[in-house]
Design a protein around this ligand. Structure first.
Ligand code: SF4
Length: 339
């Protein structure tokens, strides 16, 4: 079946902020646009109450109309399975709340800290490990930057700062510029890392002025994008990644291994090839974090290990991501080996 042409972004692309404010948040509207029935997704409205549905309209162009099993739709559509309670799935699966010396700053690993710069994202991924994160009290807002920068200043072993969220690229250019200026004024900080799903979700955000802001300081810049499936990368996203690459930014990708989305070595190797064509290297393939509401995405561990074996056969080593999991209180991500 042909992909939807409900929105033609080539002929009339609104600016990224307008696209954000025009995002779809009503599950029934999404189903209607995709010619699907509410019977395909029972309790979708109820499931979207604790964690709202959200996706930019441009993402719909990548979803196959009429297919309730579309792998991109599965990532964003609220479903009844989210309402089930599993005792091993918790609200803070990776121990964020115990690793926050100042609000919005996570210090888990040696030499680097992560800033929760905002609670906002361009899309709501149903498997998100921060879907229950109390952003309103715990993000590094502009008013708190003094404390955030003060903490980094006092810890001379911190050489890398990761901007995360939420999605840091929903911040305005002005705020990003000020934050990066503040970080680059700290002599022991050398690397700025941005964790963002925006290059593959809202490519219109990747403007020349953004690329300039990310690269004009003395800091080495790394952007770690988050794509899970090759169908998420079309010409628009390729162009956005090309812009970041041409600006001199190192591009890496992290994916989450998700049942019914990308638990197949053909899909994962296709993703690696597509990323490489956009100058982006596969970095991590994450075992699902056990966050409440996402248990239906879990891929059995043995299957994950078997997939990695198949990927190593299909791909050159530099295109094979590392299979990892995150555990609360561990001093690094943990590689998952086997077979
Ligand atoms: S973009 Fe990232 S932070 Fe936002 S909902 Fe998706 S996984 Fe979570």
């Amino acid at each position: 079946m042909p992909k939807s042409t409900l929105f033609n972004l080539d002929s009339h692309t609104p600016d990224w902020q307008k696209q954000l404010s025009d995002a779809i948040t009503d599950p029934l509207e999404l189903l209607k646009l995709l010619r699907l029935s509410p019977e395909d997704f029972p309790a979708c409205e109820q499931a979207s109450k604790p964690f709202a549905l959200k996706l930019p309209r441009s993402y719909i162009n990548k979803i196959e109309p009429g297919n309730p099993d579309d792998p991109l739709l599965k990532q964003v559509m609220a479903s009844a399975a989210e309402l089930e309670i599993s005792p091993t799935y918790t609200q803070d699966p990776v121990g964020d709340m115990k690793a926050m010396p100042v609000p919005g700053l996570l210090h888990k690993y040696q030499g680097r800290v992560l800033l929760i710069t905002t609670g906002a994202c361009a899309i709501h991924c149903r498997y998100c490990f921060r879907r229950h994160f109390p952003y309103s009290e715990n993000h590094s807002s502009k008013q708190q930057w003094k404390d955030t920068l003060g903490y980094i200043q006092q810890h001379s072993d911190i050489n890398e700062v990761i901007l995360s969220g939420g999605d840091p690229l929903v911040l305005s250019n002005n705020k990003l510029e000020q934050l990066i200026e503040g970080l680059s004024a700290i002599p022991h900080v050398n690397t700025l890392r941005i964790h963002s799903r925006i290059p593959v979700i809202l490519p219109a955000r990747i403007t020349d002025s953004l690329a300039s802001i990310l690269t004009k300081s003395r800091l080495k810049t790394v952007v770690v994008i988050h794509a899970n499936h090759p169908a998420e990368i079309t010409e628009l996203e390729q162009h956005a990644l090309q812009n970041l690459h041409q600006a001199g930014i190192l591009l890496l990708n992290q994916s989450v291994l998700l049942k019914g989305v990308n638990d197949c070595s053909v899909i994962l190797s296709g993703l690696s090839h597509k990323l490489f064509a956009c100058n982006t290297l596969p970095y991590y393939l994450h075992i699902l974090d056990k966050v409440q509401g996402a248990q239906h995405f879990e891929v059995p561990r043995q299957k994950a290990i078997q997939l990695m074996k198949e990927l190593r056969h299909k791909l050159p080593g530099y295109l094979v991501p590392e299979l990892v999991e995150e555990k609360a209180a561990e001093k690094s991500k943990l590689p998952v080996y086997g077979l």
